[in-house]
Design a protein around this ligand. Sequence first.
Ligand SMILES: O=C(O)CCC(=O)C(=O)O
Length: 296
Amino acid sequence: MIKLQPIDRIGTISKKEFITAYKHPEIPVVMEQLTHTWPAYQKWHLDYFCDIAGDNIVPVYDGGERAKGRQHQNAVAQTMRFRDFIAALKLGENRLRIFFYNILTAAPKLIEDFAYPDIGLKFFTKLPVMFFGGKGAKVQMHFDIDLADILLCHFGGRKRVYLFAPAQTKYLYHVPFSFSALFDIDVEQPDYERFPALHQLEGYVIELVHGDALYIPPGYWHYIVYEEISFSLSLRAFPRHPKALMKMFYNIVFIRNVEGLMRKLAGQLWNDRNELNAFKKTHRNLAIELERSGKF
Ligand SMILES: O=C(O)CCC(=O)C(=O)O
């Protein structure tokens, strides 16, 4: 199996300790009590969301679909009323997810239910986004385009999160011009025949429960399995160091637009080429690494 270590769990932590022990060395951690004083900790259950935002029309994504032809993998699959989406989750729906839903614009009343914590991160308060999924839903391995420090505050049922540091990218079959690994990579049942580099992969795992706040350092890859219907609020702090800031703009402005243009022009050929190159590059680097270490 993939080499995984549990993420540290701490009750509370001072700003100074958080910066020294986790932020600067870029190590993930769960702060168990950070949300306990928020109204959200008591109030955030599915029925409450339906009361506040049940009639909102929400975009939903199909997490079970890979990129096809000219359609981007993260294209909106359909729109529906929020309460109908929740009803579908309760009936067992687990492919459709709500992804990156900005509650500041979509359901501003929810903003009263939490506070930006003073832990040494400069949060961007215009982008409190939420994610919802049903039991069994999976989030494909990816990292976030904005390279932000993320505080993923979790509510509802349990959710398993796997994290991999940016240094592990060489084992992750990164699809060029994207922020994702190859679609078929399943961390829980790795196919080592197709993806031998996964033998080298090392990362972290944690099971989040209601109220947990997970710190995800910049550029970390994540793969997520919803064990039960649940939802998370992501608070983000954008990079401040000029080099990281430039990388963020490069991702958002250059990579994303080139990808969009090429997908329009070349359709499925573009997907096929990038998937092939993800295999080629990963296996070439793996062979070099194994040869150097004398294992090949
Ligand atoms: O929890 C989820 O559904 C996805 C979270 C995620 O991908 C993110 O925070 O970038």
